[in-house]
Ligand binder design. Sequence first.
Ligand SMILES: C[S@@+](CC[C@H](N)C(=O)[O-])C[C@H]1O[C@@H](n2cnc3c(N)ncnc32)[C@H](O)[C@@H]1O
Length: 307
Amino acid sequence: MNSSTRLPPLHCSKLPLCLSIQAALCCLSDALSAAAIDSPQQEASLLLQHVTGLTREALLSSLSTRPTADSLAHASRLLERRLRGEPLQYVLAEAWFYGRRFAVDARVLIPRPETELLVEVARTLSEGMPRLEGTLRLADIGTGSGALALTLAEEIPGCRVAACDASQPALDVARANCGSFPAGKRVQLVRCNLGAPFARVFGGVLANLPYVRSADIPLLSGEVRDHEPVFALDGGCDGLSTIRRLVADAPRLLLPEGWLLLEVGFGQADEVAGLLSSSHCWKDVQAIPDLAGIPRIVRGRRCETAG
Ligand SMILES: C[S@@+](CC[C@H](N)C(=O)[O-])C[C@H]1O[C@@H](n2cnc3c(N)ncnc32)[C@H](O)[C@@H]1O
């Protein structure tokens, strides 16, 4: 190894400013690996792609070239944040959801792959959802980054989506994301408690609300506990306090025969399905498993006579 590719000490997050791409990848990967971060090589590549603007393929085909000193200094700053335990998506200011890129930062929960199942189920049911004056209206309650609302608007032609959140900082992120997608014009951002301002307009109400039990918050991984907004996670004493309120209010929001689709946490599906089944407002109640076989979504259809 010549002097330009000599690695810095593993604990060091400052990259020398004259490294080749290959040497920078090694340094980044070693530092991430020393911090016991999973997939250090993949993360090293993502960090370097981010600061150079190169695709993975372009990066790998120009290993001997030198990024600018500015790019390497930028990579050092991002690495430092990552080594302090900040999630990679916040460090890169982006997260992928259903094949699309969304801006994220510490004001919003990072959209999770399991939430993509809500999109799948909504797409499947959308044909049979009731319309208001010919238009399918959906609600995403607790929209966070807006990833779910925008994906629904992109995937279900012509639908209108009310993206509701009680957090103004989260809605500011969602607003920025709306500007990045053509279907953003069909997404209405609303600051409110659950779906409070609406009445009987939606063909579908979807929600990934907080569902972690308050007592379990300290047990979450440091990346989640110390960086993601606690308001987006904390579901109260048994994890279901916000979901329970929405279940009680949803018949007021939905048109007859409209669908309620709720993402739930591990081990919560039976209880949430029970909440719906025990009320005369709901029919066709079912828990739907994710790819790992874990019941993830509880769905129920508003009876004609409810509310
Ligand atoms: C688990 S996060 C989900 C964010 C996003 N839907 C996603 O799947 O990535 C829950 C969101 O619900 C919002 N929230 C919590 N309580 C709420 C309430 N009572 N009314 C409206 N939004 C609420 C939080 O601000 C947060 O953005």
